[in-house]
Design a protein around this ligand. Structure first.
Ligand code: AP5
Length: 210
């Protein structure tokens, strides 16, 4: 899943994971979990994430190498938030070659920047199961509680307006070049992600079946 912060990668990846019965691997969730557990990785990642900057490529490739090939996922998996730089994408290609694996599709989600800022500033996430909500478009049934597991909902530290702006700048500089990279490999699928979540999901499944 490729796309700017807040475009709906996590929302769509969670749905696709249910639809296809394959795991979602979110590098953002892995890092936030490490921060919560106060591990060495978490402390290191926190300094970058709180500023809206990317965690160094070497650290991220290490995490992916550990996670991807220790997961038992014979039917495949959905990568959400990785790769995010050309160096990460090249590292991933190398890992695929070493493990005889392939990348079947890269879903590039697109939406207008004002819509993205609105989505992010009203996002809430479950502390326990990472389910996603939005106070404007997808509110929980009970205020502050997750519909799925009754866990507490929280607002992410990097969803403050000045950090959102920096994340969008970082996306343009460091991640957007991946669109050309994956286009040249013939695996890129552009998805209009400005509609309702169900419409975006339909659009994705249609493109995957093409
Ligand atoms: P990460 O957690 O991956 O954040 P992100 O890419 O910035 O993306 P978001 O999770 O903010 O948004 P999303 O696109 O998943 O949208 P969502 O579905 O939640 O990364 C966080 C940080 O970790 C990075 O800044 C970096 O520091 C570090 N990091 C992670 N991976 C890294 C890597 N590979 N390399 C280096 N550093 C890395 O939706 C947003 C909101 O909109 C929600 O409230 C949702 O309910 C709502 N919504 C979703 N879709 C719709 C819709 N169609 N209509 C209306 N509302 C919608």
């Amino acid at each position: 899943m490729l796309g700017p912060p807040g475009v709906g990668k996590g929302t769509q990846a969670q749905q696709l994971s249910k639809e296809f019965g394959i795991p979602q691997i979110s590098t953002g969730d892995i890092l936030r979990d490490a921060i919560q557990k106060k591990t060495v990785l978490g402390e290191k990642a926190n300094t970058f994430m709180s500023r809206g900057e990317l965690v160094p490529d070497k650290v991220m490739l290490g995490i992916i190498q550990e996670t991807l090939f220790s997961e038992h996922a014979p039917e495949g998996y959905i990568l959400d938030g990785f790769p995010r730089t050309v160096a990460q994408a090249m590292g991933l290609q190398k890992l695929f070659e070493e493990h005889n694996d392939t990348l079947s599709a890269v879903l590039s989600l697109e939406a207008d920047e004002n819509q993205i800022v609105r989505r992010l500033s009203s996002r809430r996430t479950c502390q326990n199961c990472n389910a996603l909500y939005n106070l404007l478009t997808m509110p929980p049934k009970i205020e502050g509680k997750c519909d799925v597991c009754s866990g507490e909902l929280y607002q992410r530290n990097d969803d403050r307006i000045e950090t959102i702006r920096n994340r969008l700048r970082v996306y343009k500089q460091q991640t957007e070049p991946l669109i050309g990279f994956y286009k040249s490999l013939g695996v890129l699928k552009s998805i209009n992600a400005s509609g309702l979540p169900e419409e975006v999901q339909k659009n994705i499944i249609g493109q995957l079946e093409d």
